[in-house]
Design a protein around this ligand. Structure first.
Ligand SMILES: Cc1ncc(COP(=O)(O)O)c(C=O)c1O
Length: 397
């Protein structure tokens, strides 16, 4: 397929390293790690090794890694853990913020129905929250603070180290959803000081349907999926050995490549932002520099994000208008609304998320194509015509 793929926040292509790590467990070594025979024990060895490799890549201990089906499950289990622990001590207040992924927001909604009080902090115009905000929100009965490491739509990197410090000072558990950050920016759980951290393999060139939750050895996670004794009884179900092995290999590789990829992606990202900012009445969403190396998210006034995507696709460019999970719904992104974009502007968003496979030539082609597409769509847009004729005021100057 001759396409330019710039939707890496939705998912990434599996690396050769990850595919190679997975193959033996789909073939010869197909055993169940709970079986005592040789074939089972080969799978068990792979599980032990993957746990060690994941722990090393995150600065954790192997017993602090719990394998599960992806970022959503890890987020659900983390919140359940924080909530159940809190409830035991009569603490039912949970703090988060407005631009979290729905895996967090919807889990919080469920906890709210179960009697927890959920406080969602506002973000600033760049999508950031401060440790000071968290500190001011913490109460005697706060059970948990959950703040993502980096936003999936606009790439804003949160000050999680400072937030973790504030939480610990006040004796409150801290979880971070690092699904978009792990393998892309340096992450060491001990340096961050988080109690729990979620990640998902398919965001760093591993397979889909596998992820992990780091849980500090000081805690013991609550069980979300009941059944067998896998994952020390905290997550039942025969382990996805092929997926887990591939995830560990992908994470180790991604972490090793962070320095090289950061400079390559940052240069391409900044060129994209520069080129697309030449489009009149366009605006960058998120911070110019405090963002994930491969993330660009812009709004163009007077047009719909979905139409931009279709026309870009026709030119061979695979992009997104926001998060993959909300596409298909007509509601504008909750993230763009939270940073203050009005509905009509939030509808005209475009997210381009790069990987090391993209090239500077592709970036120039994308800039040229987006300019053409925006001009074409504006030419057909009644809203744009009203703006041009002064019947409406521009929101983006
Ligand atoms: C920030 C964030 N959290 C959680 C998830 C859910 O991860 P998964 O698709 O592995 O369930 C995603 C996926 O896009 C994400 O971006």
């Amino acid at each position: 397929m001759n396409t330019i793929y710039v939707d890496n926040a939705a998912t990434t292509k599996m690396s050769k390293t990850a595919i190679n790590a997975m193959m033996p467990y789909l073939d010869e070594c197909y055993g169940n790690p709970s079986s005592l025979h040789t074939v089972g024990q080969l799978a068990q060895e792979a599980l032990v090794k993957a746990r060690e490799d994941m722990a090393k890549a995150l600065g954790a201990e192997p017993r602090e890694i719990f394998f599960m089906s992806g970022g959503s499950e890890a987020d659900n289990q983390a919140l359940l853990t924080g909530a159940e622990r809190g409830a035991l001590k009569g603490k039912k207040h949970i703090i988060s913020q407005k631009t979290e992924h729905h895996a967090i927001l919807h889990s919080l909604r469920r906890l709210e129905k179960q009697g927890f009080e959920i406080e969602l902090l506002d973000v600033d115009e760049f999508g950031n929250v401060t440790a000071e905000q968290v500190k001011n929100a913490i109460r005697e009965d706060t059970a948990l603070v959950t703040i993502m490491t980096a936003n999936n739509e606009i790439g804003t990197i949160m000050p999680i180290k400072e937030i973790a410090a504030v939480c610990h000072e006040k004796g409150v558990l801290f979880h971070t959803d690092a699904v978009q950050a792990a393998g892309h920016i340096p992450m060491n759980v001990k340096e961050i000081g988080c109690d729990m951290l979620s990640l998902s393999a398919h965001k760093f060139h591993g397979p889909k349907g596998v992820g992990a939750l780091y849980v500090s050895k000081k805690l013991f996670p609550s069980t979300l999926i009941e059944g067998g004794a896998q994952e020390r009884g905290r997550r039942a179900g025969t382990e996805n050995i092929a997926g887990i092995s591939a995830m560990a290999a992908a994470l180790s590789e991604a972490v090793a490549k962070i320095p090289e990829n950061t400079s390559k992606l940052t240069a391409m990202r900044d060129r994209l932002i520069e080129g697309l900012s030449e489009i009149p009445h366009s605006i960058l969403n998120g911070d110019k520099t405090n963002r994930l190396p491969g993330n660009v998210n812009m709004c163009f006034e007077g047009i719909e994000g979905e139409s931009i995507l279709l026309l870009l696709d026709a030119k061979g460019i695979c992009a997104s208008s926001g998060s993959a999970c909300t596409s298909g719904s007509l509601d504008p992104s909750h993230v763009l609304l939270a940073i203050g974009r009005p509905h009509e502007v939030a509808h005209g968003s475009l997210r381009l998320t790069l990987s090391e496979e993209n090239t500077p030539e592709q970036i120039e082609f994308i800039i040229k194509s987006v300019k053409e597409v925006v001009e074409y769509l504006r030419g057909m847009s009644p809203v744009w015509q009203d703006l041009q004729e002064g019947k409406k005021k521009y929101v983006i100057q």
